[in-house]
Design a protein around this ligand. Sequence first.
Ligand code: PXG
Length: 458
Amino acid sequence: MTLSNSAERLKALDSRHHLHPFTDFKALAEAGGPRVITRGEGAWIEDADGRRILDAMAGLWCVNVGYGREELARAAYDQLRELSFYHGFFKTTTAPAVELAAKLATLTPPGLSRAFFANSGSEANDTIVRMVRHYWNLKGKPRKKAFVSREYGYHGTTMASISLGGMDAMHGQGDLPMPGFHHVMPPYGFEYGAGMDAEGFGRLAARAVEEKILALGPENVAAFIGEPVQGAGGVIIPPDSYWPEIQRICREHDILLIADEVICGFGRLGHWFGCQRYGIEPDFMTLAKGITSGYLPLSAVMVGDRVAETLIEEGGEFYHGFTYSGHPVPCAVGLANIALIEREGLVERVREDIGPYLRSKLEEALAGHPIVGEIRTEGLIGAIEIVKDRRTRERFPGKGKVGLMARDHCFANDLIMRGVRDTLVFAPPLTLTHAEADRMAVLAKRALDLTARDLGVA
Ligand code: PXG
């Protein structure tokens, strides 16, 4: 069977048997099925037709150390041979789970000393919702149950995590959010802050959180959750004034603060965690994706001492956990992944070298581009805003379509970026080389040129 025959066979089988996440099943089958990805190395993936594609999304914002690292494969293999599975349910533990929990306690901000493991960001956020509700009941404040989060926030797709999220289209399916989950304006300056200075807008966006809390009554509000930089919602980077205000508001009204670091963690922002970049001292942190660089599924909830001590001292048995909570194989890979990030100095590299370098290359390539309204980056995550009028920030008609047009042009030119409404977003592996950053800028410009052409812009 030739290579392309086998790809055709996989595509046909896929259409018959495989329901993809976040996919219009019918449209995908009618378009001839998906592209079959076969290999990955560094920042590149390869498809079944032998095309090499520059993955400027690091998979789904997760392959921080790049594809195909021997150290991580070896860690998984060794652990599989030594002890392929054991759990932590009934007074047992395994070395990788203990070592990883202890390591995370040293890397995360002070006061987050304990880890609860799960398999996905969604499960971790659902775990937090259960812990928060349990905590306030134990504290004798059972009315404190409401959660506040942001529009365009993304926290997963299980019932509680999707309710925390602020994506209207997702809520439209299945009568969501559940009651008690409230959403406010995000610190999205390009969309909502036109004509304002950035720091003033940051304070205004934080004020929206406080107003919601006051409207609900602080005695009814349990927690606020936010991604330090909102990822899937369009890489919304807050002004520096935002998070200190959020911190103050949560403290003042006795509201728990949850930092969802699923995308921001493990070096993405040029710091180990977004909390360190923005000076956030949260009660909980959600970790996933970059914790293993996506090599195996793993997530963790870091629990702050104030909550942990109450749960430990007063909570009794916590009836929660997953078969694979603290699975030794992903934990061993997580430890190897962290060791690799440390050894190669990837966090500093993002902050001082490749982050600024990529930004300057994109700015150079896209300077004066007729449909580019803004390029924003923080560390090695960023967004390009697509507009009809650079001066007024007027969008193209049929708001929300041009991001996908540009994304498709990237894809056709062997570059992966994501289209989110009217933006192109990117988050390449932290190992991206200068030559790859140069290539990324060239391909992004080509995709935007072709998008402009399709839109009838000269
Ligand atoms: N929190 C954040 C901040 C995320 O980005 C989750 C929680 C949920 O994690 P799990 O492991 O349950 O998927 C995420 C996931 C996209 C995309 O297209 C983004 C995510 C997942 C899938 C697709 O941007 N983020």
